[in-house]
Design a protein around this ligand. Sequence first.
Ligand code: GRG
Length: 306
Amino acid sequence: METQTFDALLQNKTQEIEKIIRSYLPAEEGRQKTVLQAMNYSVLAGGKRLRPMLMLETYRMCGGRGREIEPFLAAIEMIHTYSLVHDDLPAMDNDEYRRGRETTWKVYGETMGILAGDGLLNYAFETALRAFEIADGTDPGMLLRIAGALSVLAQKAGVHGMIGGQTADIEAEAGEIPVTAEQLRFIHEHKTGALIVASMKIGAVLAGASEEQIRLLERCAEDIGMAFQIQDDILDVIGDSSELGKTVGSDEQNHKQTYVTLYGLEEAKRTVEELSQEAVEQYLKNVGCDHEFLERLILTLIDRRK
Ligand code: GRG
């Protein structure tokens, strides 16, 4: 695929996703207006929308054509955004700049930042449940697939997924002892990888992919998640704050051990490349579907600058 074609496709697909996400945002009204404003502020601040993109493309690649996927696209972005809102809080990373804007707690205050994150997490499930309203009630298979997708969303966002990873990360940061490679792997797999795996798995489950296809796509997503986090560590060292829309150098400031501090910059870059190639060659290509766009997307992430 020509670079120009890929770029144009990426832009169109991002716009499509953006429209869907916006259509599921709550109205800013009633006595809880302030928290609703804070929730929407953080979602509307932008972001690459990578997780909904991976979900939608996996769904379509596996033959999905319905609209049941739409509330899940919005839900995964709400959960991802809540994690950023909470991660930026003074009690966690204490960041003031994210997605090119002041962080939610900086604008709305710390208490409202906590509530906005809680609100987004819960609203994500209210939103995903709306897939049942879209589904054709005469197809029990679809109802089961939606229930399966909800279960993936709950598990991967939860204590055995992202929250578990964040816990291990916070504890590693507070400790005096250097983190081991195994600990770091656990943190990355859960903190970052879990939502990326959830995105691709939900796409596959809703599209009715086979067990084997789901297994391959999970492995593929695990590699993408790991590569994505290592690249995030790299960009925290060599990235440009205005391009990234967030502060760089915060890992060093927080004395955080990362893939870069453990293995060095060059080895980290090599690993991102290797994992991304493996995601495509060993897993994506064996799913047996037209994978051209997803392949290109995964390989483009190797050199991402934001
Ligand atoms: C607070 C429960 C809880 C979890 C927080 C996800 C997370 C765990 C913290 C956010 C900070 C961080 C470095 C997370 C790793 C995942 C990651 C690289 C997030 C940034 O994702 P992008 O680059 O962000 O997709 P945009 O803004 O483009 O959506």
